[in-house]
Design a protein around this ligand. Structure first.
Ligand code: GLU
Length: 459
């Protein structure tokens, strides 16, 4: 989720980038940054400002130390890998390559390992940082930036919208997309890159919507689109007639409607890196659930409020039927007043979209006092509830604006399903054939959701 903006042309880029980021504010963010390319007598160079927190922090930073340049990239981050800190904020860079990224690079650990062995040094905990290093690596091998960029894009597994520039081949922005939104805005003697139309609507209404597998090489008066093997792809330019308010909602009448349609993407992102599609097998190392604990547990108590409480009720069905473990579900607001029976063989599971629900936090204190291990399911990386838990399983739904929950709820169900399968695997309540069948079902879920949403009119 979150936002990308890019500009190259004749104007100073940084005010434009900051304005674009502001227009993507509704997408939510936990940190922000900009990078500017420029030339002086010393040659091509880049400068970066980035920081955690609200966009005003970044604006302040840029005001105190302005960034000259007519080509640049901006980013607002919604963390998936690594806490929201200054070091993890985008842009990320290697020696000569600067990248902003939206999405999840599923094979980043494997790529990072390879790059470290080749002598690359990493400074953040993000999945994103492998991208600039990978491009740099291929540039050294191939000596051509377009080829290096496409080759790097070819190696990436997962979801991404990428904006990149390099001092090796200045005056160009490189972009690639797979399962995350990315558009190009076409101007006169200037071009734009963005996650979403509102970011550029003040400057142009001529837009190319990139498709999965596209690589774009953008200069100020030209755009070239290819696949990752360098074969030309043809994309039509659209004239946008939406108002700014409509554009924010992606042409939908309400944020809620937009978010209903974002469910397949959110579910897919939540499954990414957790289910190995080729096997299929569960890969939940990231949650790091201790197998001995899973075997020893006698009971699970789920605490949550509102929508998350409804997800918990469905979770009880899943855990009990698949993993054969008794589950109680409590409204977090009642929990601490009823003298609950807790011990270290009872897992307290907390579900909260924001990770800041006060009653759920209070329930965690109760669990801690009774030495119960705590596992939380949250959508906001490093928020208070994950920070107070022993184990965390993130949903990757991105920010949700609609008041009635849609994609945050469905991704919670997916996580509960995955956890039930993990429990079942360790406690041997399902045999491997049954497990495979459930995983197969999960893998097909995003496509099936898409098929149902395509029947919207009929329904
Ligand atoms: N996975 C990347 C990160 O955690 C990008 C997240 C995003 O889309 O903002 O930094």
């Amino acid at each position: 989720m979150c936002g990308i903006v890019g500009y190259l042309g004749e104007r100073q880029a940084s005010p434009l980038l900051l304005e674009g980021l502001k227009r993507l504010e509704y997408r939510g963010y936990d940190s922000a940054g900009v990078a500017l390319f420029s030339r002086d007598n010393g040659g091509a160079q880049f400068e970066i400002r980035r920081c955690k927190g609200k966009l005003v922090n970044l604006e302040e930073k840029v005001k105190n130390a302005p960034l000259p340049g007519k080509l640049g990239l901006g980013h607002t981050r919604w963390a998936t890998h690594g806490s929201p800190t200054d070091e993890n904020a985008h842009p990320h860079w290697s020696e000569n390559v600067v990248v902003v990224h939206n999405g999840i690079i599923e094979n980043y650990l494997e790529l990072r390992q390879q790059l470290v062995e080749a002598g690359h040094e990493f400074t953040s905990a993000t999945d994103t940082e492998v991208i600039p290093h990978l491009v740099e690596y291929y540039f050294k091998e191939l000596g051509d930036m377009e080829a290096a960029f496409c080759q790097a894009a070819k190696r990436l597994k997962g979801s991404f919208a990428i904006g990149m520039f390099s001092t090796h081949d200045g005056d160009k922005i490189f972009a690639a997309k797979n399962r995350c939104p990315l558009i190009l805005g076409l101007g006169d003697g200037e071009n734009f890159l963005a996650s979403d139309i509102p970011a550029i609507l003040n400057y142009t209404r001529r837009v190319i919507i990139l498709e999965d597998g596209d690589c774009a090489i953008v200069s100020k008066d030209q755009v070239k689109i290819t696949d990752v093997d360098g074969n030309a792809r043809k994309r039509d330019c659209k004239q946008i007639t939406w108002t700014a308010a409509m554009a924010e909602k992606g042409g939908y009448r309400h944020f809620m409607l937009k978010e209903i349609h974002e469910q397949p993407e959110a579910v897919m992102q939540t499954l990414q890196g957790r289910v190995d599609q080729s096997e299929p097998a569960l890969t939940l190392e990231e949650v790091d659930l201790d197998e001995q604990l899973l075997r020893r547990l006698q009971r699970v108590v789920i605490v949550a409020c509102g929508t998350s409480w409804h997800a918990a009720l469905a979770g009880k069905y899943m855990l009990e039927s698949l993993a054969r473990i008794p589950v109680e579900v409590d409204l977090a607001s009642e929990f601490r007043y009823r003298q609950p029976i807790l011990d270290n063989n009872t897992l307290l599971m907390a579900i909260s979209q924001s990770g800041e629900t006060a009653d759920t936090l209070a329930a965690l204190d109760e669990a801690k006092a009774n030495k119960s291990p705590i596992l939380s399911i949250c959508n906001v990386v490093d928020s208070s509830i994950p920070r107070s838990s022993n184990y965390v399983f993130y949903t990757h739904a991105g920010p949700e604006i609609g008041v009635a929950s849609t994609k945050a709820f469905t991704t919670q169900l997916v996580v509960l399903y995955l956890l039930s399968l993990q429990f079942a695997q360790v406690r041997r309540s399902l045999n491997s054939k049954e497990l495979q069948r459930h995983l197969d079902d999960l893998i097909h879920l995003p496509r099936q959701m898409e098929e149902q949403l395509e029947r919207e009119e009929e329904v």
